[in-house]
Design a protein. Structure first.
Length: 136
């Protein structure tokens, strides 16, 4: 008799603990967290001196150590800087905060071998490497 009461008490205790720890108000609900690429405002907030431009909705930044170490070959021209924005963080495609208007943007031949979007910008005969800041 004592054993059955002890077993019954243990079962009730386990059920109360299990029921009390559940969050019944969120039962059946699924939370979806969407990540997005950083925008110019977020990048410049972290580094006000960042050299960036936007292309196809993605912010590209130069001065990233591991990207600077890559040996890359200029491929075809994909665009050019059309607007310079030094005053705010509301960017559009082909807009830069430091590059001059008319700077040419190129793809790289090694795009399959590298681990992310990289574009080259040619300015005064020199190539600069820009990494696309993408999430996910």
């Amino acid at each position: 008799m004592k054993k059955s009461r002890l077993l019954l008490g243990l079962i009730i205790f386990v059920l109360l603990i299990a029921g009390g720890c559940s969050n019944s108000s969120n039962k059946g609900k699924v939370e979806v967290h969407k990540t997005e690429n950083p925008n110019a405002e977020e990048v410049l907030k972290l580094d006000p001196e960042a050299d960036i431009f936007q292309f196809n909705g993605v912010i590209y930044q130069t001065g990233i150590d591991w990207v600077e170490e890559l040996t890359l070959t200029k491929d075809e021209q994909v665009g050019e800087i059309k607007t310079k924005n030094e005053t705010d963080t509301n960017f559009e495609d082909e807009m830069s905060n430091k590059l001059p208007v008319g700077a040419k943007i190129y793809s790289v031949k090694e795009k399959e071998e590298i681990g992310g979007p990289i574009l080259l910008v040619e300015l005064e005969g020199k190539l600069y490497k820009y990494y696309g800041l993408v999430e996910g």
